[in-house]
Design a protein around this ligand. Sequence first.
Ligand code: 13P
Length: 246
Amino acid sequence: MRALLFAANWKMNVGPAEARRYLATFLTAYPPQPNRQVWFFPPAVSVEAVATAIGNRTDLRAGVQDVYWEPKGAFTGATSSPLAAEAGAKAALIGHSERRHVFGETDEQTGKKLKAVVAAGLHPILCVGETLTQRDAGETLTVVRRQLHAALGDRVEVLVTVAYEPVWAIGTGRNATPRDAAEVHRAIRAWLKERQAKETRVLYGGSVNVKNAVELLAEQELDGVLVGGASLDPQVWIELVRTAVT
Ligand code: 13P
């Protein structure tokens, strides 16, 4: 059975009290499953609540949705990787499309964040993906390779997970077909292999839900999914992480 990672990106939802209630429901209904990891990315203020609730469960992890690249100092409003680690984070999303497109994060900044995350011992999930205009112009692979290169450079020595999230599929109800996703995943893997990357998981994200997860995960190129909306309700999320795969 292939190993799968289900990552929940709660975005700007679920405060500490709701996170505790959510995890209580989740932990009761979801015992560890073989070859299945479930990672939670709550807002920074809820990381400690999630990490504490997870306790010793090795199939579960808490992470942060973003970090600033400096370890500490006068950077009002920002969270650093060491601070996130102290709150119990073991992983971090880097370069999510909302960071890039809503907050104007550049490729260069994404690269600095990735280095900072690794230096603090957190596992990075690097998010890449094209806009609809770029897809329609046939630029998908060029954009994705540019984003990979900006964050990872010419030789990939760090352990990283890549999440392919086409911008046009995020929160729109429109997901890539399993074939479309697999084609980009193959290109990502080829790019990583050329740069001596160690085994790297490639996740798909963008309007994944209980219904389309079966079809998406039937595609062997997918090592898991990164999910926004469908991870906010613990019952729905439990159903999704239980998706049967072939
Ligand atoms: P949705 O699942 O809500 O489309 O969000 C995807 C996403 O951005 C996960 O990081």
